[in-house]
Design a protein around this ligand. Structure first.
Ligand code: ADP
Ligand code: MG
Length: 387
């Protein structure tokens, strides 16, 4: 993980003092449940052993200073103002601070924060939620605010939705908040119920980061979000009393899909059947049948690619190669899509040399290699120290 020492050292270099608190939070993979969260369906994720770690001190002056080894130093006097351009990275901790004020934090003075990370940014592994959760744990501790993990997850999502301006669901923040070593996190996004269940120690997650990103990724995510709600509107116009795609079962969908416009029908079909797949994965895992979930992971990818159209050629290729590899249970794109990474859930016989062969096949086709990250399922956001 991005170590406590490196965050402390970044803090000391920038602020010539020792931090009051240190907190860390993991990135995550979406195991299955693609774009189900904001449609009020279920989703299953896992926290990975890649973290954002922050060191923070409260200060008497009403000033907010932000240091990161990868982004520019920023100082602001008004914490309610959204930053732009190369300073925009501070909107994550700043948005969290504002969300915590709404939950009872008494603003008094300011803070300075230093950020270290080994979660690749923009790869679909949710460095943004990890930054939010680590900041939230640190700010809450420094300002003596007590929150449950559920409240932390909700406050951080609010920061990303309302302050940063990304309409993400609760998956990223929920998994970063509730992750546990060796356990998958299941989220019922309608009731906001978070639960964990064991996967079995023989399995780990392999991530192949393509570094490809569609230039319009933000607006494409927003378009898909909009199309899902258009599907609900069109289904209501066709006589179904529903508020979210999670209210629609496959039989209802099949009976009404001819009333939907073509693209909207494809997006709805993806989400409605993806919810079924998440429920099937749940049942299989409850019976300890990890080996059986693979087909559902591959089917999820196929549906993303063909129906939700949020895959790219590079991810389709990775998934097809991974399918032929020994001890790969399942593979799919992970996260919002339109670039980013593919993940594989694999047993112990899938080794680094197989992963390398996937990367070389990819190089043969696309000319460059994806980064390989072998991740173990890890603990969620937590305070590491406080003075
Ligand atoms: P993802 O969450 O998939 O990694 P996002 O675009 O949602 O991608 O979030 C990435 C953003 O998070 C970066 O553009 C940056 O603003 C912020 N971020 C990620 N890592 C760091 C870091 N080490 N220091 C400061 N900001 C970071
Ligand atoms: Mg993000």
């Amino acid at each position: 993980m991005a170590s406590s020492e490196s965050a402390v050292s970044c803090f000391e270099t920038n602020f010539q003092s020792s931090p009051q608190v240190v907190a860390t939070a993991p990135g995550r993979v979406e195991v299955i449940g693609n774009h189900t969260d904001y449609n009020q369906g279920p989703v299953i994720g896992a926290a990975i052993d890649r973290n954002v770690t922050v060191a923070l001190s409260r200060i008497a002056d009403t000033v907010f200073r932000f240091a990161s080894s990868e982004y520019p130093f920023v100082e602001v006097n008004d914490s309610s103002l959204k930053q732009s351009g190369e300073n925009a990275w501070v909107n994550y901790p700043l948005g969290v601070y504002n969300a915590l004020i709404r939950r009872g934090l008494k603003p008094s003075g300011g803070f300075q924060i230093a950020v270290e990370s080994n979660v690749p940014s923009g790869a679909g592994l949710s460095s943004s939620a990890a930054l939010e959760l680590a900041s939230a744990k640190a700010i809450a501790s420094a300002f003596d605010l007590e929150l449950s993990d559920k409240e932390f997850a909700i406050a951080c999502r609010e920061a990303e939705n309302d302050f940063v301006g990304v309409p993400c669901g609760i998956l990223d923040q929920g998994v970063s908040a509730f992750g546990q070593a060796g356990q998958l996190v299941h989220i019922d996004c309608r009731e906001l119920v978070f639960s964990t269940f064991p996967l079995g120690s023989a399995y780990s997650i392999w991530i192949f980061n393509t570094h490809k990103k569609h230039s319009l990724v933000e607006s494409m995510y927003a378009t898909r979000h909009k199309e899902c709600f258009e599907a609900v509107d069109q289904l209501r116009a066709a006589g179904l009393e529903v508020s979210y795609l999670a209210d629609v079962n496959p039989d209802q969908f099949e009976a009404h899909k001819s009333r939907l416009s073509e693209d909207v029908a494809k997006r709805a079909e993806h989400v409605i059947y993806e919810i079924e797949r998440v429920n099937q994965v749940d049942s299989l895992l409850a019976e300890g049948q990890v080996g059986q979930v693979g087909e559902l992971l591959f089917a999820s990818h196929e549906s993303s690619s063909k129906l939700f159209e949020n895959s790219i050629e590079e991810l389709d290729y990775l998934v097809s190669i991974l399918k032929s590899m020994p001890d790969v249970v399942g593979a799919r794109l992970t996260g919002g899509g339109f670039g980013g990474a593919a993940m594989a859930l694999a047993g112990e016989a899938f080794t680094d040399s197989y992963a390398q062969s996937v990367a070389s096949a990819y190089r043969g086709r696309f000319g460059d290699e994806p980064d390989i990250l072998h991740c173990h399922i890890s603990d969620g956001a937590r305070l590491l120290s406080s003075n």
